[in-house]
Ligand binder design. Structure first.
Ligand SMILES: [Zn+2]
Ligand SMILES: [Zn+2]
Length: 167
């Protein structure tokens, strides 16, 4: 890269995070989402990330057990969240004292997590959103210490479909 300015990667990162803090990611509101089997459906209106906190990919051991890899999470407000279908299918598992992970009781798909101590907040799972805002991106990897070597996928090649050679 030509040294034509004093641009540094860390400046860009700080600026990007600052921008997210200033402007809520609301362009695609209302957002809809649902579980794998389609039994649970929800809508969300309001701020995502931004002043509520960073969009993260969590590599902790609990998230690994839930999905087989990691969990992508965006902070949201409980007030903007509404289950529109399948409320009776939603199960909550208390994975830590006072922390509940909600999922569909039919397909097992994760939906959100919440803390009893923060009733106004929830943390939506990115993968269940139908129409995520285009600027909604992972801003931080968290709990990376202790993650197995296979969880560091950044150098692996990417394919639009199945990998070559699958039987
Ligand atoms: Zn389901
Ligand atoms: Zn986690």
């Amino acid at each position: 890269m030509a040294a034509t300015s004093d641009w540094r990667p860390e400046d860009a990162t700080a600026k990007r995070i600052a921008n997210h803090k200033e402007q809520a990611l609301t362009e695609a509101n209302p957002i809809t989402g649902g579980c794998l089997c389609g039994g649970v459906r929800f809508t969300y209106s309001g701020e995502l990330g931004g002043s509520l906190g960073l969009v993260t990919l969590c590599h902790c051991g609990q998230c690994r057990k839930v999905t087989g890899f990691a969990v992508a999470v965006v902070p949201a407000r409980m007030a903007g969240f509404a289950i529109t279908q399948g409320r009776d299918l939603v199960r909550e598992y208390e994975s830590s004292p006072g922390k509940f992970r909600a999922f569909c009781g039919v397909c097992g798909g994760p939906i959100y997590s919440r803390r009893a101590s923060l009733p106004e907040a929830l943390r939506l799972r990115l993968g269940v959103l139908d129409n995520p805002p285009a600027d909604l991106k992972i801003q931080a990897h968290i709990f990376t210490e202790g993650a197995p070597a296979w969880a560091n996928t950044d150098d692996a090649p990417r394919y639009p479909g199945e990998e070559p050679g699958r039987p």
